[in-house]
Design a protein around this ligand. Structure first.
Ligand SMILES: [Zn+2]
Length: 220
C-alpha cells in the first residue's frame, strides 16, 4: 500500500532528517489525486507549488521514494526534435550505458535517427508510480499539514536547502516553479543534482549508478 510504503521509506532513510512527516500524507494525497485524474506521471513541480517547496527541495524529496524498492520509477526519455513530431523516445538504462559512439536510436513515430551520445545531454525524466503499488482505501487516516503552515515546517531544513528561495540566483529552477503551468518533464540534470542530501549522502543509489555510467558527463 502506497501510504504505508511512503511512511516506511520516510522512517528508514535519511528523509526524516530533512523533511517534516506531514509531507508524507501530503505526498500520498497528491499521488492519489493524480492517479484518480488519470495522470500517468507524478509531477514533483506541481507538488512543490502546492507545498511551498522549490526544485532543490522537491527533487531530493521525490528521489527518496524512487529507489529499487520505492514507489516511483524514474523514466528517462528524449523529445524528438523534428518540429512536427511530438514523440518521446524512451531511453532505458542498458541502451544508454552500452551505447558506443556510433550507436543510434530511431524515433518510432517519424523514423528520425539520433546518435545516442548526442542526445544524452538533453535527457529528461518522468516520475511514474510503480505498477504494483496500490492506494489505501478512501477512509484511511493520514497525517497532513495545514497548507498555511507548510512553509513553517521547512524551518528545520539544512541551510543549503533553506537558502534557495524565489529570489535565489538559480534562474532555471525559479523559472520552472514560476511558470504556472508546470512541465511534467524534469531535466535529467535536476535529477542528478538533486540526488544528494545536505550532508553529501547519495539519496538513490540507482540514480547515482545511472549517472556514473553515462558516457556523457553532466556538469552538476
Ligand atoms: Zn519523431
Amino acid at each position: 500500500m502506497l501510504y504505508k510504503r511512503l511512511l516506511n521509506i520516510y522512517n528508514s532513510t535519511r528523509c526524516h532528517e530533512y523533511y517534516p512527516i506531514e509531507l508524507i500524507g501530503d505526498l500520498y494525497q497528491f499521488v492519489r489525486s493524480q492517479i484518480v485524474r488519470g495522470k500517468q506521471y507524478i509531477n514533483p513541480y506541481s507538488f512543490a507549488q502546492l507545498h511551498n517547496m522549490n526544485v532543490k527541495q522537491v527533487i531530493p524529496f521525490f528521489l527518496y521514494f524512487s529507489q529499487e524498492d520505492g514507489v516511483f520509477d524514474v523514466i528517462f526519455f528524449f523529445d524528438c526534435s523534428r518540429p512536427t513530431c511530438y514523440s518521446r523516445i524512451m531511453m532505458d538504462e542498458k541502451e544508454v550505458h552500452s551505447a558506443s559512439a556510433e550507436d543510434t536510436v530511431t524515433c518510432q513515430e517519424c523514423e528520425k535517427e539520433y546518435v545516442i551520445h548526442d542526445i544524452l545531454p538533453f535527457l529528461k525524466a518522468y516520475f511514474k508510480l510503480k505498477p504494483h503499488i496500490e492506494l489505501e482505501p478512501n477512509n484511511y487516516p493520514f497525517t497532513r499539514s495545514d497548507s498555511n503552515s507548510t512553509y513553517e515546517a521547512f524551518k528545520g531544513l539544512p541551510d543549503h536547502l533553506k537558502q534557495v528561495s524565489p529570489s535565489s540566483s538559480d534562474d532555471q529552477s525559479r523559472n520552472i516553479i514560476d511558470e504556472g503551468d508546470f512541465p511534467t518533464q524534469i531535466p535529467a540534470k535536476h535529477i542528478f543534482e538533486g540526488n544528494v542530501d545536505g550532508n553529501g549522502h547519495i539519496i538513490s543509489p540507482m540514480i547515482a549508478k545511472f549517472y556514473s555510467e553515462l558516457p556523457f558527463i553532466y556538469e552538476v
